[in-house]
Design a protein around this ligand. Structure first.
Ligand SMILES: O=C(O)CCC(=O)N[C@@H](CCC(=O)O)C(=O)O
Ligand SMILES: [Zn+2]
Length: 353
């Protein structure tokens, strides 16, 4: 069944729609299957497919998409990669796991069904029983099993662990493609990763300054993977993406899986927009509202003292000389992040290869 003419996502979503996963379960029970003399494939879970070369390889790569079900362009890119590998038209040179995360949300074209999946990692799913909490547990396990199957030492650099959690943003953005670098707990930032993202057309990085319950932080913190939340453009329904906007990402991800190594520019980071998160503004009260229009572009700048939001009769002001807003969303539940602000960052003293 995991054969050359399979449309992996179509096959998976058909099962999700009918809630009959027997075909996937049959595949999962088979374990590893030879695709060709150089490559084996295994269905690890529903919508989670893994490839491993029969020859030694140096990278362990996780690509996740559809953590938010309506962020379709990365889902289409990942499905094309999987289908090409299954068809034998794309070589896979490394251990690769591709995860189609929130299938139920994809079916209804929504960000999530009950709760934002990207707030449920690192144990935040505990005590919850809804579908997204279950899926967070499954994804965590699949990622853990995948990375821990190979010995790894971050310092030695002998193997590379990476996880690109691919998204698209809700609104326009002054920087259309950007990535969140999860909190490093003091570890340096990698020039090679910044160069890789730059090759994907992602020229803007947000450095997170604290632990979060996002998927990329989970992989970064638990497995020392080079993990990122990558925003590749703007949300559009399936079939309506302008794929020319995603061409660099598609090409570079293809190179990542199909080439034994990819060349990178040591100085690429110097040409990138680097920001660090300055304020994480959580919604504290039901009456929380933004001080600007709902469709204000990400990275719009505001000056010290200007209000960013209002709640409980008080303004939430800009604290630094200038702050740029990212991911404003007044509709999140109370207690969740409603807005980030960022300021320019200098990382020149905190870099490694
Ligand atoms: O466009 C938006 O407002 C949200 C886009 C999105 O889904 N962003 C991720 C970022 C995760 C991170 O901070 O690493 C999210 O909110 O889950
Ligand atoms: Zn998203």
């Amino acid at each position: 069944m995991l054969s050359r003419d399979l449309d992996f996502l179509g096959w998976t979503l058909k099962q999700a729609k009918s809630k009959d996963y027997s075909e996937s379960k049959t595949e999962m029970a088979k374990g590893w299957q030879a695709l060709n003399p150089k490559l084996e494939v295994k269905l690890v879970g529903i919508g989670i497919i893994e490839f491993r070369p029969t020859q030694a390889s140096a990278k362990d790569i996780v690509l996740s998409c559809g953590v938010h079900g309506n962020e379709t362009a990365p889902i289409e890119i990942c499905n094309d990669l999987v289908n090409q590998i299954l068809a034998g038209t794309l070589e896979c040179q490394h251990r690769l796991q591709v995860q189609f995360a929130n299938l139920d949300a994809m079916l209804i074209g929504e960000r999530f069904v009950e709760e934002n999946l990207n707030r449920l990692f690192s144990g935040a799913h505990k005590g919850k029983t809804h579908k997204e909490a279950e899926r967070a547990r499954e994804l965590e396990l699949a990622t853990r099993d995948f990375f821990e199957a190979m010995p790894f030492e971050w310092e030695s650099g002998e193997r590379q662990r990476c996880h690109y959690d691919l998204h698209t943003a809700i609104r326009d953005s002054a920087h259309p493609r950007f990535a969140i670098y999860p909190f490093r707990h003091g570890r340096p930032y990698r020039r090679s990763q910044l160069a890789f993202l730059n090759d994907c057309g992602v020229d803007t990085i947000l450095l997170s300054e604290q632990p979060t319950t996002t998927y990329s932080y989970y992989s970064s913190h638990q497995f020392e993977a080079d993990a990122f939340t990558v925003e590749l453009g703007k949300v559009r329904p399936f079939g309506e993406n302008d794929h020319s906007q995603f061409a660099m990402a598609r090409e570079t991800l293809t190179a990542l899986v199909s080439q034994s190594d990819i060349e990178w520019q040591a100085d690429a980071w110097k040409g990138m927009n680097l920001y660090q998160i300055h304020q994480v503004i959580n919604k504290g009260h039901e009456d929380f509202r933004l001080a600007f229009d709902d469709d204000t572009a990400n990275f719009s700048a505001y000056a010290q003292g200007e209000p960013l939001a209002f709640e409980n009769g008080q303004a939430v002001p800009v604290l630094a000389k200038e702050e740029r807003i990212v991911f404003p969303n007044a509709k999140v539940p109370v207690g969740q992040r409603a807005l980030l602000t960022v300021v320019a960052a200098d990382i020149s003293e905190r870099l490694t290869d």
